[in-house]
Write a protein that binds this ligand. Sequence first.
Ligand code: PMP
Length: 290
Amino acid sequence: MKIYLNGELVEKEEAKISIFDHGLLYGDGVFEGIRSYNGIIFKLREHINRLFESAHTIMLKIPLTKEDLIEAVKQTLRANQLKEAYIRLVVTRGEGDLGLDPRKCKKATVFIIADKIVLYPEELYETGLAIITVPTRRNVPEALNPQIKSLNYLNNILAKIEAINANSEEAIMLNAQGYVAECTGDNIFIVAKGKLLTPAPYVGTLKGITRDTVIALAQKDQIVVHETILTRHDLFNADELFLTGTAAEIIPVVKVDGRVIGTGKPGPVTLRLMKEFRELTTIDGEKILN
Ligand code: PMP
């Protein structure tokens, strides 16, 4: 496996960074998880744009232009000859001292890993997930905005631990007011009375790229979409429910906190969007590997 590290492609064993890197010491950095389908990188520019937005908000200077970073991602994928890949792009504050002061970190660290994708078992896409709400609330945007895709994922990991302890595949996180925010690494959608509803980013969610893609697909299908406020009651009484994310794509949910959602089977709107999404991944983007 070849890793892109600060402008060079190195073997995995040689891809090392300083233990004084503030990405490690403080989770001070930003990242993206990107996917390629049959040699086509899906929504690469959207991921790069979101990375730059996250970096801008935390005042982290990425030492490459967007175009150079796009080239670096493509180069990493080619070097690993992976057509179906999960690509992790990380920019940390870089090496500093033991204090918090980011001014001591003179140069950001940039690395890119192209690895195989680990998927949920195909069966779960047919039967749907049973998931739960967990006690850990999503970070309040006033403290650490979930729209920043930062290396600080402990909030999500705490929720994941609660899901694992309860034998659940995923956790629904509420915001501090008790409104539905998102899952630990996925956004949430419901279908109710023919409309598609999803928590608005101000509730405290990441503006997922799969989320935005699903919204666009639904609008193309003349489905009304609302970015809004949702309660657990709304989820329990939805006709359909599904999660979206780069790794998960679109995955149906048929049970929340023991309540059966809709018919208890993936619904027609979900299935249609899943099909349209899969079709889009085969054509949307430039072919990097044949
Ligand atoms: N929410 C969180 C907290 C995430 O980590 C992710 C995965 N990046 C998502 C939502 C889904 O975003 P995307 O569709 O861009 O992968």
